[in-house]
Design a protein around this ligand. Structure first.
Ligand code: ZN
Length: 300
């Protein structure tokens, strides 16, 4: 099973910052320890092509971020301290999601050990997201493969507002977001399909919703590939999420999504999405769930 990772995804970063920048390296280390990530299945992306970026984002915005000439307001919206390391990882990660999707088309499944920066908009950052890898990948796929239909299935606890807005006028990409109504962003955008769950929703109701939504979306969209955002901030202990999903519930969710897609013979590319925890080792293990379940379901 192809896994996509780059050692520059994590870089020196304020350790007490709300955004756990070290989680990518910790996830990779954990998966290596489990013998799931090996030299034989690890793919490393190159920096994102300019054309891929400007297809989705405003060129002036990209330049302002690259050159560290953003306004104070833009910096506040980004909510991450600018550094060369941040620039490097920001321009790598979307390329990683594109690569993951391309590998999924070849192999049926592929997992990115990053990705899911779904709050990034055309010309502004939001909620720790600077570039929208899901929208970038959907746009690249649609242009590289004639007639290809993409389904973005976003199960992060927060609405994929940036993806919804960026792909609003792209008929080749269908955006579906299952999120908590009371969570950020407080003014939602309109996805092709939004499913809002009330705060404190628990496993059983959540899993029913995920299953019925996925099956209906497959039926309606008939996708040729699914980009699956397996955010773990639906977890009951997540400081930035208000759902009450257990780790077992997350595992069941990922298993059911991947099993249904395998059954329907639809290639799936997974991204890790959001997840927050001061215990960074535990967080890395939580993000590994989708990759462990992918290996279980696809049996490689
Ligand atoms: Zn989130």
């Amino acid at each position: 099973m192809p896994l996509v990772y780059h050692p520059d995804y994590s870089f020196p970063f304020p350790p007490r910052h709300r955004f756990p920048m070290e989680k990518f390296a910790r996830l990779a280390a954990y998966l290596r320890g489990q013998n799931i990530l090996t030299p034989g299945n690890c793919y490393r992306p190159g920096p994102c092509r300019q054309q891929w970026l400007t297809q989705t984002h405003c060129p002036e915005y990209l330049q302002r971020f690259y050159r560290n000439t953003q306004s104070d307001k833009e910096r506040r919206q980004m909510n991450l301290p600018w550094s060369e390391g941040l620039v490097k990882r920001t321009f790598l990660a979307p390329s990683g999601t594109v690569l993951t999707a391309q590998l999924a088309l070849q192999h049926g499944v592929a997992c990115h050990l990053a990705g899911g920066t779904h709050h990034a908009h055309h010309d502004y950052a939001s909620g720790f997201c600077i570039l929208n890898d899901l929208a970038i990948a959907a746009n690249v796929l649609a242009r590289q493969n004639e007639g290809l239909q993409v389904l973005v299935f976003d199960c992060d606890v927060h609405q994929g507002d940036g993806t919804a807005a960026l792909l609003q006028n792209e008929p080749r990409a269908f955006t579906c977001s299952i999120h908590c109504k009371q969570n950020f962003p407080f003014i939602k955008k309109q996805s092709d399909w939004d499913v809002e769950l009330p705060a404190a929703t628990q496993d059983e109701a959540y899993l029913d919703t995920v299953r019925s939504t996925l099956l209906a979306a497959i039926e309606q969209v008939q996708p040729d590939i699914v980009l699956y955002d397996a955010g773990v901030d639906v977890f009951e202990g997540d400081p930035l999420g208000q759902l009450r999903i257990t780790e077992s519930g997350i595992r069941q969710r990922d298993n059911l999504v991947l099993s249904e897609l395998k059954k329907a013979q639809i290639p799936v590319a997974t991204v890790i999405g959001g997840g927050y925890d001061d215990d960074r080792a535990t967080l890395a293990r939580r993000h590994a769930i989708v990759i462990e379940e992918a290996q279980r379901v696809f049996g490689r």
